[in-house]
Design a protein around this ligand. Structure first.
Ligand code: SF4
Length: 333
C-alpha cells in the first residue's frame, strides 16, 4: 500500500483521546478523516486546488487546513482501533480529494481494518461509477458527490467543471441506487453566485432524487478567497436553511413566494406552522445522519453560527425566528 497522508480533524483527535485525557468540550458523533493532500481539480475556494492562488510556504501551510478545520496526522491503524472501541462515535466521514492514489488507499485501508459499527461511513469525493460501486461493496453506506456551486455559470468559473454534466451523472447514480436509503449526499455552498429561486428548484430536484443536501455558507478564508464572492448574510442563510428544511420534511405543505428570485414569504399549513414555531432543527447542521461538523465554516469566536451543531434552546430558537428577514404565514394550501 503506497503511503498517503492520513489525518483527522482536531476535534476528532481530542474526542478519540489522542491528546491524553484532555476534557472534551464538543462531543462528536462523526469522526472526520482527511486522506492525502493533492487534488486534480481546480476549485477556487479550496486549499487543495491543483492551481492554488498562493505559493511557497503559505501554500504548504494552507494544506494543513480544509475550510476552517486543521487536520492532524495519525497512524491509521491506531485511528481504527480507537474509533471502533469508542461508543460515542456513530459514523466516520472520509474527505477525499480527486486523486487516484487517495481513492485506492482508502479502499485498501477499509478492507484491511473494517468498521465494526455497522454501515456508518461517508465518503465525500468525486468518484467514477465503478469506484462508487467499489465503495458501496466495501461497506460504505453514504457517498457524497458534491455540486458545491449550483449556479451553472459560476459553477464552471469556480470549479472548472460543467454543472449540467454533473447533474446528468449524479441523477443516473441516484436512480441506480434509489432502493438504497440515504445512499447519496451532496454538499451545497450558499453564496456561490446562485439565487434563492435556484436553490429552491435544486432542493426540490434533490428531494425527488432522494439525495440529502448538506448546506454550507461560502466562507472566504485566506487561502480560498474568491474576489467577486461575499459570504451570504446570516439572514439570507437562515431563510435558505428554513426553505431546505421545509422541502425535506413537509413536501406539499408549504409554499415559498419570491420577489426578483429572492424569498419574500413562506406560507405554511397550520400544523406545519405550529411545528416550525416550536422546533429548532432548521438551523442545525444538515447532511448525512449524525454529521455535525462543528466550526467547519463558522468561527468559534462568532456569537451567531451559520450551522448550529447543538440542539438550540427554545429561547435561542425564538430569537432566531424573530430575527428572520422574511414573513412566515399560516395558510391552508
Ligand atoms: S454531510 Fe458530513 S458526513 Fe456527510 S459527506 Fe458531508 S461532511 Fe461527510
Amino acid at each position: 500500500m503506497s503511503a498517503v497522508l492520513f489525518r483527522i480533524s482536531r476535534l476528532t483527535y481530542y474526542n478519540l483521546g489522542f491528546s491524553g485525557n484532555r476534557p472534551i468540550k464538543i462531543p462528536l458523533d462523526t469522526a472526520y478523516v482527511l486522506i492525502g493532500d493533492k487534488c486534480s481539480q481546480s476549485c477556487l475556494f479550496c486549499s487543495f486546488s491543483r492551481q492554488p492562488r498562493i505559493s511557497g510556504k503559505s501554500k504548504a501551510d494552507s494544506r494543513k487546513w480544509l475550510s476552517r478545520i486543521d487536520w492532524l496526522e495519525v497512524d491509521y491503524r491506531e485511528f481504527f482501533q480507537r474509533f471502533n472501541s469508542n461508543k460515542a462515535f456513530k459514523r466516520v466521514c472520509f474527505q477525499l480529494p480527486v486523486d487516484r492514489k487517495s481513492i485506492d488507499y482508502t479502499l485498501d485501508i477499509l478492507s484491511e481494518n473494517g468498521i465494526k459499527k455497522g454501515k456508518s461511513i461517508s465518503v465525500s469525493a468525486w468518484l467514477s461509477e465503478p469506484e462508487i460501486e467499489h465503495f458501496f461493496d466495501s461497506g460504505v453506506d453514504t457517498i457524497a458527490l458534491n455540486f458545491d456551486i449550483i449556479n451553472p455559470k459560476t459553477h464552471t468559473t469556480i470549479k472548472g467543471t460543467e454543472f449540467d454534466k454533473k447533474l446528468v451523472f449524479i441523477s443516473r447514480i441516484a436512480d441506480k441506487y434509489s432502493n438504497k436509503p440515504d445512499a447519496l449526499t451532496t454538499h451545497v455552498i450558499v453564496g456561490g453566485g446562485e439565487s434563492d429561486l435556484e436553490l429552491h428548484d435544486f432542493f426540490q430536484l434533490m428531494k425527488k432524487k432522494k439525495i440529502n443536501v448538506a448546506l454550507f455558507s461560502y466562507t472566504p478564508v485566506q487561502k480560498g478567497k474568491i474576489p467577486d464572492l461575499q459570504r451570504p448574510s446570516l439572514g439570507r442563510y437562515r431563510k435558505i436553511q428554513l426553505m431546505k428544511y421545509l422541502c425535506d420534511h413537509f413536501e406539499n405543505e408549504y409554499s415559498v413566494k419570491f420577489e426578483n428570485d429572492t424569498i419574500s414569504e413562506f406560507r405554511l399549513n397550520g400544523d406545519v406552522y405550529e411545528y416550525v414555531l416550536k422546533h429548532g432543527e432548521p438551523f442545525n447542521t444538515s447532511g448525512c445522519k449524525n454529521c455535525t461538523r462543528p466550526y467547519y465554516n463558522d468561527s468559534p469566536a462568532e456569537k451567531e453560527l451559520y450551522n448550529y451543531f447543538d440542539k438550540l434552546t427554545p429561547k435561542k430558537y425564538r430569537e432566531i425566528l424573530e430575527s428572520l428577514p422574511v414573513i412566515i404565514n399560516k395558510k391552508n394550501l
